[in-house]
Design a protein around this ligand. Sequence first.
Ligand SMILES: Nc1ncnc2c1ncn2[C@@H]1O[C@H](COP(=O)(O)OP(=O)(O)OP(=O)(O)O)[C@@H](O)[C@H]1O
Ligand SMILES: [Mg+2]
Length: 332
Amino acid sequence: AGRDVIAGRPGALSAGAVAVFFLYLRRLYSPMRRVGKSANRYQLAKSSAERVFGLLAQEPSVTSPADPYTPETVEGAVTFDSVTFAYDERPVVRDVSLDVPAGATVGLAGATGAGKSTLLKLVPRFHDADEGTVSVDGVDVRAYDLQSLREHVAVVEQQPYLFSGTVAENVAYGDREVLDGESADDPAARERVRAAAEAAEADGFIRDLPEGYDTQIGERGIKLSGGQRQRVAIARALLNDPEIIVFDEATSDVDTETEERIQESLDRLVEDRTAFVIAHRLSTIRDADRIVVMDEGEVVERGTHAELLSADGHYADLWAAQADERPVSADD
Ligand SMILES: Nc1ncnc2c1ncn2[C@@H]1O[C@H](COP(=O)(O)OP(=O)(O)OP(=O)(O)O)[C@@H](O)[C@H]1O
Ligand SMILES: [Mg+2]
C-alpha cells in the first residue's frame, strides 16, 4: 500500500493526507492520554474517599460512659495507678504510678521516645490505659463525661494544630460558648480571646499582624513561626481556665527570645492549677515542685532539681549533656 501513496492513484492517500492523518493521530493521542490519567486520578480519589469514609464510620474507642460523671468543680488532683499503655503490642508506658496533688507543677524529662507525651495523653483520654487507672480527684477519667473532662484538662501539644481561619477563631477553637452559636465576633467572646492571648504572651505579636486578631492563618493565610504557633496554642488552652494543664514543649529550635517569651507564658500557665510540663530543655522545669524522669516507658527517677542533681543519676546526665546549650549559671 506504500506504493499507492507515492503513485497517487485515484482513491489512494496522497502524501499530504498521510501527513495530516499522523498529525491528527498525534492530536488524538494527547487527549487519550489525558483520559487515561484522569481515570488513574479517579481511582486514586476513589480509594482516598473510601479511606476517609471508613474513618468517619469508625466508632470512636473513647466515649462517655452511659451514666457520666459531670462535676460542678474540679480540684485538679491527678493519680496514675500502675498504668500501662501500648499503641500496638509494645508497651510505651509501663506500670507508671504517680500521685500529683491539686495545684502542683510536675516536670517531665527523659529521652526522645521515652513515653512522656503518651503518658499525659491519657489524662484527657486521647487514649485509654490498657492496664491501671488514671484518675482526676480520685475518680477514674473513664467515668467522666468526656466533654466535661476535656474542659478541665487542657493540652498544649508538642506540635500544636492550627487550622485555616483567623487567629481569634484559632484561639476560640473548642470553646463551648463559641461552638454553641456565639460567634468569635461576639464582644464578650472576643474579650475572652484577648485575655487568654495576653496571658499567653501572644497579644503583642497578634496585634502586630496585618489584621490583628482577624488575620487569616493556615493554608490561605500567613505562616506563623513555631514559637508563635505554640503561644496561640497556649492561649487556646487558657481560654477555658482549666484546672489541669499539660504543656508539651516544642522540640523544634526556637530562638532565645521566643524561648524566653514561652517561658514567661509558661509561668502564667502553671499558676493556680495542676500542671504537667514536658521539657526538652531541662531549664524549663528546674523550678518545678517535682521532676519525673522517664526512660523506655518507665519512671526511673523523681525528685526536685536539686535532689536529682545530687542523686547523680539519669537526670544529672541529661542536665550535664545540655550544659553547653544553656547560658552559664552559678550552680552548674
Ligand atoms: N500515634 C502513635 N502510634 C504509634 N506509636 C506511637 C504513636 N505516638 C508515639 N508512638 C511511639 O511511642 C513511643 C513513645 O512516644 P512519645 O511520643 O510518648 O515519646 P516522648 O517521650 O514524648 O518523645 P519526645 O521527647 O520525642 O517527644 C515512641 O516509640 C513512639 O514512636
Ligand atoms: Mg513527646
